[in-house]
Write a protein that binds this ligand. Structure first.
Ligand code: BTN
Length: 254
C-alpha cells in the first residue's frame, strides 16, 4: 500500500510532490487532489483540473543513476493504460499516443508529466504526475485545447468513481515503475506500448527543436523511440511533439 496525502485543492500535485521530496524520500508517496488551481502539463502548458478528475503524482525514490530512468515516459504510459483498463474494461480501446498521452476514440482522456529531481544526494526523486479526465462536464475545459479532450464519462456513457480510478492507476503505475527500475525497458514493456500505440501506419508529424517532419508511424524501437517513415527514410525520434500532419502548419505543437 503506497502512503498517500490528499488535498481538497492544491496548486499542482506535481509541485507538492516535489516539495515533499526535497528532503529525501524513503518510500514512494502518492499525492492526490480533488482540484488543482495551477495544474501543469508537458511543454509548460496549463492542465485544467476541475473536480471530477483523477489528479495524482507518484513521488518515487531514485535508487539508480538518473540515466536509468531516461525512458520513464513509456512505463508510465503503460501503468496508466493498465489502470484505465482495470477500471473501464479490458475491451476498451485506450491508445497510447507516444510518448504518454492516453486516448480513446482519438480524444485525450489522460496525460502524464514526468519530472526528475536531481540533487546528487539522497533527495533524488522522480515525480510521475497523471491526470485523468474522469467524470466532469466537458464544458469545464477550454474549447481551444491542442488535442480534443474527453472524459471517461463522455467516452463510455456512464459515471466513474474518481477514487477507483486513482486506486487502479496508482497501483498499476507503481507496479510498472518498480519493474522498469529493476529490469529497464524490457522487450515486453516495449511490446505493450507498441501493441497499444495510437496512429500506427498513419501519417503524422513531429516537431523537434522547431522543425516539423511528417511521416508514417512505424512503431517504437527497443529504446522507446518513435519510428517515423519519412520521405528521407526512417527516423527515430527520442523526443519531440507528435501531431496530426495536417495540424502541423497552423497548430504546429502539441
Ligand atoms: C500532459 O498531457 O501535458 C500532462 C498532464 C499531466 C497532468 C497531471 S494532473 C496531476 C499532476 N499535477 C500536475 O500539475 N500535472 C500532473
Amino acid at each position: 500500500m503506497i502512503r498517500r496525502i490528499h488535498y481538497a485543492i492544491i496548486d499542482s500535485t506535481n509541485s507538492e510532490a516535489r516539495r515533499l521530496s526535497e528532503n529525501g524520500l524513503d518510500e514512494p508517496l502518492l499525492v492526490t487532489a480533488t482540484e488543482q488551481f495551477a495544474g501543469r502539463g508537458r511543454h509548460g502548458r496549463a492542465w485544467h483540473s476541475p473536480r471530477g478528475g483523477a489528479w495524482m503524482s507518484l513521488a518515487w525514490p531514485v535508487r539508480k543513476p538518473p540515466i536509468a530512468y531516461a525512458a520513464i515516459a513509456l512505463p508510465a504510459a503503460v501503468g496508466v493504460h493498465r489502470g484505465l483498463r482495470d477500471v473501464v474494461s479490458y475491451a476498451a480501446d485506450f491508445r497510447i499516443k507516444w510518448p504518454n498521452d492516453l486516448l480513446v476514440s482519438d480524444q485525450k482522456v489522460g496525460g502524464v508529466l514526468c519530472e526528475q529531481l536531481i540533487s546528487g544526494s539522497r533527495a533524488d526523486a522522480l515525480v510521475i504526475g497523471v491526470g485523468i479526465n474522469v467524470d466532469f462536464d466537458l464544458a469545464e475545459l477550454p474549447s481551444d485545447l491542442r488535442h480534443p479532450a474527453t472524459t471517461l464519462r463522455a467516452a463510455f456513457g456512464k459515471n466513474y468513481d474518481v477514487e477507483k480510478v486513482i486506486e487502479a492507476v496508482s497501483e498499476r503505475l507503481a507496479e510498472v515503475i518498480a519493474d522498469f527500475e529493476a529490469h529497464g525497458l524490457t522487450s515486453s514493456l516495449v511490446k505493450e506500448v507498441q501493441d497499444n500505440l495510437a496512429y500506427l501506419g498513419k501519417v503524422r508529424s513531429i516537431t523537434i527543436g522547431g522543425e516539423t517532419i511528417a511521416g508514417r508511424v512505424a512503431g517504437i524501437d527497443d529504446a522507446g523511440r518513435l519510428l517515423l517513415d519519412t520521405s528521407k527514410g526512417r527516423i527515430a525520434c527520442e523526443t519531440g511533439e507528435f501531431a496530426a500532419a495536417h495540424e502541423a502548419a497552423d497548430r504546429n505543437r502539441m
